[in-house]
Design a binder for this molecule. Sequence first.
Ligand code: GLN
Length: 552
Amino acid sequence: MKKNHKYIFVIGGVMSGVGKGITSSSIGTILQSMGFKTNLVKVDPYLNVDAGTMNPTEHGEVFVLNSGLETDQDMGNYERFLNRDLSNADYMTSGMIYKHVIDKERALGFKGKCIDADNIRDEIIDRVENAAKVNKSDISVIEIGGTVGDYQNVMFIEAARVLKVRHPDDVLFIMVSFLPIPNKLGEMKSKPTQNAIRQLNSYGVQTDIVIARSELPLDAKRKEKIALSCSVPIGNVVSAPDIDSIYDVPLNFERDLLGEMIAKELSLPKRTPDLSDWKSFVNKVKGAKKEVNIAVVGKYFDTGDFVLSDAYVSVIEAVKFSAYHFGAKAKLTWLNSKDFEKDPKSVSMLKKFDGVIVPGGFGSNGIEGVIRSIKYVRENKIPYLGLCYGMQLAVIEYARNVLGYKDANTAEIDPASKHLIIDIMAEQKKHLANGNYGASMRLGAYPAVLKKGTIAAEAYGTPKVMERHRHRYEVNQPFIAELEEAGLVFSATSPDRHLMEIAELPRQTKSNPDGHPFFLGSQFHPEFHARPLSPHPLFNAFIKASLARKGK
Ligand code: GLN
């Protein structure tokens, strides 16, 4: 950690879900664009040791870092906004902290001392300081999960308060609050925000800057009310009305000179942000006219649109970035694979889409409907991208309908099948037998080598890639040769060639009219590496093929 390292704590007021993660990400983007080395830290109050065991339809996507750490989806936003990979130092949960402290106590690591809440607080401070050190940064932006007033996050606020006592000039508190406009009143109310700021005061913490989220912009009167009642300088109340795209947020904040405001509060040198890259991305978003229609076929889509977009946020963003890359905007349609089980013929509705994605998933629910969809898009030459489970199921479909193994399956669904095209990985068996589900999958970035002349190799343009994984099952070795003879191409494997990383079908060309315009599935999750300023090559290739189909 550098001398005079700066810490910015972002805390939620009034209620959750008003964009604390995007605010933190945007602050990071702005400070980085001012030439300050900035790191972002997410602090989650839940007792899960990581996010890996949480149901994505309830808690949102599990985002996987290169290291394999399974984290909250906000970490995905941080990587997308900062345009770089984050590490374990940048994420913590209460469970992680308590476990560490208790394990250390059991190992006599505290040398006979009485351990109490102060040790938890100190562990949090250590981790926040360590993140600054690991990132060699000038400024850390630390987002505290939950909302002020939650008893679950009190320890984190306490840690922040103590840091401020130790470094009075180097710690800043930003509250992301919400101002409702109740229908019946038709008037924006600032009282809940005033109360939230006062509640934070009761912990000994004074808010320095308020990001006031609302449906509409804040007027001078509301700003003044908040300023006077809560001792926040009036110029530090930032209006943050609803906007169409989250990627507009850094530019909107900059219009209110948030970067300069933070720099002034922290006595940082005066610098002007350079958001030109970001601006040209946002211009692409605004300029995208033609539409590319992508269907996402999956199994747990009975929970409503809101949850879905949270559960697959990285996939959605990856598709959008690649569409913008080609001057198009992506329209995603969520299809419940169970509908194709009830009415098999209805699968032909897939022909109205420009491309089809089957994303990652677990278990047997709706899987026959997914396999039916894959058969349809393979036979009808509709661009297909399979992500993890979507790759495994594509290989099973091929084995069933091209090799003729009607009972082909994955051990995840039918371990008794004679044709286990997808089998459990050797090292995973003991984890399942011992009921060890936490952080035990094959997780994180591993290398894959690409086969020359394939769609994958051409898309990436390099012979070797590192991509992030999260799976327990793999393509079963004994069937590989047969599948290849039948025409499936394994265009990427682990360097030792044991693990099949990408399966694809030969491309349709003039000399190969029977080929497919784009049929590719990856065992890894490319979506975790897709960024607004660097869209992912596989998603690019998929969208390119989808746009070509649209043009026909
Ligand atoms: N269920 C499959 C496996 O564990 C796929 C996992 C995924 O899609 N992330 O291998």
